[in-house]
Write a protein that binds this ligand. Structure first.
Ligand code: GCU
Length: 579
């Protein structure tokens, strides 16, 4: 499982230019008879006299920037789906009693890693980190790493063949080598005990530690210094008083420097402490009811487009959420870059984090469930100590079938088991019965918060019909409308009943907000979507041009009229009741 808090460890960055070979027929993975190769093919070999012809040369091949998707770096790769071979040389000086791990923040979709021509690891999933130990693969001095990243979509993938976002391929997040002592802290969870404001509980797992190894947790600003011993499962458990702790909140995103020490390993993180729970139809943050004034966000880079992958991208996106008057963001439809949740921690923006279990996944397939569980674990493991993350979402708009309910109930149970401190939700489909909208998805029985998507005024009815809609809700639980909205091309103006104009979108928002304000147990909203984003499903020339235009802001940062409609509602508190 991937190392945690890597952004707080000494790393050797492998970001920058990588040599690349486009491999549309997967020559590097399969022989000419289609057999999976036992080892890598593009292994930086040199032509041996009389040997097999070496029909590639990384040194003469073009480069790509890492992190970054390949689609927006080279026009010839805009629609490319297939394997890409990356190669980078680096020097390394071995250190005594030190283990070295390869780490990638994410790579979409399947990755295969070799170091000095020897296989290190593989990973499936385009939006969660992975790492593997390479200590014994490294040599003193000059080394090279080769990574094959294949963004081919699969019917049994997560996500599957159909998505409404661009299938950006590549090493889309930071890549590095991480050095740790022989015994090291490879996972931990420290949080406020539910119902308490001054008791911290949790555990620290030490890889390679024998029972009895001492672990110390200290929080200097709270005059806390606690020790515990590792037990047989590698975990040291803690529970201690933290009097005069200032809880983390959007108004006061207080984080504390937390220092963990075990043997030779010292790891420092910045952690906010808060509680999140539901009571009846209310959501309570630190015991007080809260309304989540949010917006949905894709990881699309403002201005340049492509996969968001640097601090500037994240600061722009969350800066717009703050400008909107929001305190909440739905990071759709997959776990975003860790930079995003770190920034949300700093800014005090609550986060809905989501698995890419999107639309019609192969719910009957046990391998697909295993993949979902692995991506779930990777998502929780990376962000379990981020106060901003309050909701784990297990799915988006999945068709209601017995297999799907069984699959998702399993994921909900796993989420509660791995993280009992947060709320579990999903973005559900809503049934239509005439002018009634019915929320009675059986999955709702096991969710803490019911998310639902509706598009009155865009995919059905007219915006004005929102006012006539009757809502029938089968659950006494908090609701979040996780999507509503409509497309508008920035700068296109006309009557409010002319589709694709800013006026149409603004009018739709006005009618939607008036309707949503009448839904009693509504405790949050994340309209679709903050910014226009690329989608292969949206080709309409002159209007979409392969962009989904439901953004409140264009991909060039231009705010549409609807942005100001929502901003006024949020700033004047004209929407939403916390209780
Ligand atoms: C769906 C889906 C989104 C999609 C949106 C749309 O609700 O969840 O991913 O982009 O509708 O159609 O624009």
């Amino acid at each position: 499982m991937p190392l945690v808090a890597v952004d707080h460890r000494p790393t050797i960055s492998l970001n920058g230019d990588w040599r690349t070979i486009v491999d549309p027929y997967a020559t590097g993975l399969y022989t000419f008879h289609g057999k999976l190769r036992a080892d890598g093919y593009f292994m930086n070999r040199k032509q041996a006299p009389g040997g097999e012809p070496v029909e590639y040369d990384f040194q003469k091949s073009p480069t790509l920037q890492v992190p970054g998707d390949w689609n927006t770096q080279r026009e010839s790769l805009f629609f490319y789906e297939g394997p890409m071979w990356y190669e980078k040389e680096f020097s390394y000086q071995r250190k005594p009693a030190t283990r070295v791990f390869f780490y990638a923040g994410a790579a979409n979709y399947r990755s295969y890693v070799w170091v000095n021509g020897r296989k290190a690891c593989e990973h499936e999933g385009g939006f969660t980190p992975f790492s593997c130990e390479v200590t014994d693969l490294l040599i003193e001095g000059s080394n090279f790493v080769v990574i094959a990243v294949d963004n081919t979509r699969h019917a049994d993938g997560i996500p599957t063949l159909q998505t409404d976002w661009w299938n950006y391929g590549g090493l889309t997040r930071d890549v590095s080598l991480v050095e740790v002592p022989e015994q090291f802290i490879d996972d931990f969870d420290l949080h406020l005990k539910r119902g308490s404001r001054a008791t911290i509980e949790g555990w620290v797992h030490v890889e390679g530690a024998a029972p009895g190894v001492e672990v110390t947790v200290s929080i200097p600003e709270l005059a806390v210094r606690e020790t515990a011993q590792v037990s047989a499962d590698g975990r040291a458990t803690f529970q201690f008083a933290a009097s005069n702790l200032e809880p983390w909140s959007p108004e006061h995103p207080r984080r504390y420097r937390v220092h963990l020490q075990a043997g030779q390993d010292n790891l420092e993180d910045e952690i906010g402490f808060r509680t999140i729970e539901v009571r009846g139809t209310r959501i309570l943050l630190n015991g007080s009811p809260i309304f989540l004034r949010g917006v949905s966000v894709h990881a699309e880079a403002p201005y340049r487009t492509g996969r968001a992958c640097n601090d500037e991208d994240m600061e722009t996106l969350l800066g717009w959420v703050r400008e909107l008057g929001g305190n909440f963001v739905r990071l759709a439809h997959y776990p975003h870059d860790e930079r995003m949740t770190r920034l949300a921690d700093r800014m005090g923006i609550l986060v809905w984090s989501e698995l890419p279990v999107y639309w019609a996944i192969d719910f009957d397939n046990s391998d697909v469930l295993a993949n979902a569980e692995r991506q779930l674990h990777e998502m929780i493991r990376r962000d379990r100590n981020k106060a901003s993350v309050v909701l784990w979402s297990v799915a988006n708009e999945t068709p209601v079938t017995p297999a799907r309910v069984k699959f998702l109930r399993t994921l909900v149970a796993k989420t509660h088991e791995q993280d009992p401190t947060r709320l579990v939700t999903a973005a559900l489909l809503v049934r239509t019965e005439g002018m009634a909208k019915v929320i009675d998805d059986p999955l709702g029985e096991v969710l803490d918060v019911i998310g639902f998507n509706e598009y009155i005024g865009w995919y059905e009815h007219r915006p004005e019909d929102a006012g006539k809609t009757v809502w029938q809700i089968a659950y006494e639980k908090p609701l979040i409308v996780s999507e509503f909205g409509g497309d508008a091309k920035y700068g296109l103006h006309g009557e409010s009943d002319t589709r694709w104009t800013e006026e149409y979108q603004a009018n739709l928002y006005r009618h939607q907000l008036a309707m949503l304000n009448r839904i009693g147990p509504l405790r949050g909203m994340s309209p679709w979507v903050l910014m226009d984003f690329r989608s292969p499903r949206r080709p309409l020339p002159g209007i979409q041009d392969y962009f989904n235009r439901k953004g409140l802001i264009s991909d060039q940062g231009e705010k549409k009229q609807a942005f100001y409609v929502l901003q006024m509602a949020y700033r004047e508190g004209a929407i939403g009741k916390a209780e």
